[in-house]
Design a protein around this ligand. Structure first.
Ligand code: ADP
Ligand code: ADP
Ligand code: MG
Length: 472
């Protein structure tokens, strides 16, 4: 079994992994950039090591991280999500140095990280794949020819993209021409790779993804689906498990497809197969994420399976503990990504000191975060500050619990997306459980709400007024 794990990540996911390690009797090693010196993951791990002053370089330095794992006596590395999690070089370097990488093989990461290769593999495995180019685009003329063969709108996408970036919708030929170079430059800047490809745009689809677990003994199961249709600019905001918009037959079908995909590519560890569901009820494979996802929490809530623990067990070579028929699903779970952004101001990032924080509690509520009162939110990273996860037996109960938990939560000193989520929760369309990826854009009025001043806000206003008045 694995005895000591280096966590090659930061913030809430690092804390999440440390918690799993603790419960498994595994020692944990945290790494941090100086900007993260006061992050909770640094305090919670058994040992912590500084990677220097650059806020990002350390978290992305494969050799330094693997060397540190070796020199601190770790036998495994957990990459979390983002950073090096989908970089085959980390998995490869681990294999060379005798460190267990908690994730799939470098070969599978490489293949699934390239969206055109992944599409190709899935097509060959017999999965329905979104219509589009067979490989990368050679030039804009090829893009136009293809787009006109299956009709506008189309999507230009970065082949190595992720995190919702490097994707543009094109309504017509002119649009396609003007976006072509733009997407290439975005892809180069964000992912260091210029390759792009084209997909038919599925108009107002549902984003449905399936959580899978596969061991190194040929067993693969799914843990049902998540509905991530509540997105802004292709980035998920609220996720739900299971999808309130699928019937049981669709649920079985999509779960089966995901397991088939997992086996077809020789996948091991936890992964996610993402699909688009169109307005006519057809599913299309979109991509596979070869890591733990931000929203793994809601699957844990409805199945009781600790996904991070399973990741570690699988990496240690143990066979899966559950057969498909032993996975029992119960109730509904919703996750809210609490971002340090101002919804009333175009979701502008909001950084600074958290003057006061307390987590929501009570039945069916979980909070995953690395913040605390007095914590200073650094400007260098993802804006996600916390994840609030609620669970209840019924869909309406889960909505009420979500509203209650978000109101219970206290987070002062910076702007967050909490009041925006309260608006969404009250919207009849959301409550009906029938919405697609156009919901956020179709309801700009939800970002205009009356902001009630908290005691902390009032204190700040008073302090500012005092300074203005007295000069101190
Ligand atoms: P999930 O698929 O788990 O919902 P997201 O797409 O929200 O995750 O991404 C989680 C984090 O990982 C974000 O910080 C995002 O910017 C980062 N990320 C995801 N894919 C990539 C990638 N290919 N390159 C760089 N960062 C990525
Ligand atoms: P990422 O790797 O950044 O997560 P995805 O390929 O998973 O990128 O796409 C992110 C989101 O963009 C999807 O959840 C969906 O809302 C939208 N999207 C992507 N491809 C299409 C498509 N062909 N048609 C419609 N929407 C799409
Ligand atoms: Mg995706």
């Amino acid at each position: 079994m694995i005895r000591k794990v280096l966590i090659a990540n930061r913030g809430e996911i690092a804390v999440r992994i440390i918690r799993a390690c603790y419960e498994m009797g595994i020692r944990s090693v945290a790494i941090y950039a100086e900007a993260d010196r006061f992050s909770l993951h640094v305090k919670k791990a058994d040992e912590s090591y500084s990677l220097g002053s650059d806020p990002l370089a350390g978290y992305l330095n494969v050799h330094r991280i693997v060397n540190l794992a070796v020199s601190t006596g770790c036998d495994a590395i957990h990459p979390g999500y983002g950073f090096l999690s989908e970089n085959p070089q980390l998995a490869e370097a681990c294999a060379r140095r005798g460190i267990t990488f908690i994730g799939p093989s470098a070969k599978v990461i490489h293949r699934m990280g390239d969206k055109t290769q992944a599409r190709d593999a899935m097509r060959r495995a017999g999965l329905p794949v979104t219509p589009g180019s067979e490989g990368n685009l050679a030039n804009v003329e090829e893009a136009i020819e293809l787009a006109e063969s299956f009709g506008y709108p189309v999507m230009l996408k970065a082949t190595n993209g992720g995190g919702g970036r490097g994707i543009r919708r094109c309504e017509n030929r002119q649009d396609l021409r003007s976006n072509y170079d733009r997407v290439i430059s975005e892809a180069t800047k964000a992912f260091g790779r210029a390759e792009i490809f084209l997909e038919k745009c599925i108009v107002n689809p549902h984003h449905i993804e399936v959580q899978v677990l596969a061991d190194s003994h040929g067993n693969a199961i799914h843990l049902y689906e998540r509905d991530c249709s509540i997105q802004r600019r292709n980035q998920k905001l609220i996720e739900i498990a299971p999808s309130p918009q699928l019937d049981e037959a669709q649920r079985q079908y999509i779960g089966g497809l995901a397991v088939m995909a997992t086996k077809a590519v020789g996948y091991t560890n936890a992964g996610t197969v993402e699909f688009l569901l169109d307005q006519d009820g057809r599913f299309y494979f979109m991509e596979m994420n070869t890591r733990v996802q931000v929203e793994h929490t809601i699957t844990e809530a409805i199945t009781g399976v600790d996904i991070v623990e399973e990741q570690i067990r699988i990496a240690a070579g143990l066979p899966l503990r559950f057969r498909q028929e032993e996975i029992v699903r119960r109730g509904y779970a919703i996750q809210f990504r609490v971002n340090a952004e101002d919804p009333q101001n175009g979701f502008l990032p909001s950084f600074g000191r958290i003057s006061r924080y307390y987590a929501p509690g009570g039945p069916g509520v979980r909070t995953d975060t690395a913040i605390y009162t007095g914590y200073e939110v650094p400007p260098y990273y993802d804006s996600m500050l916390a994840k609030v996860i609620v669970w209840a037996l019924g869909w309406e109960d889960a909505i009420m619990r979500g509203e209650r938990a978000l109101r219970d939560m206290g987070l002062y000193g910076i702007k967050t997306t909490i009041p925006y989520y309260l608006q969404i929760l009250r919207h009849p369309q959301f409550r009906s459980g029938h919405f697609d990826t156009s919901f956020v854009e179709a309801h700009p009025e939800l970002t205009r709400f009356h902001h009630k001043l908290s005691n902390d806000d009032l204190a700040l206003v008073l302090a500012a007024a005092t300074v203005a008045h007295t000069g101190f």
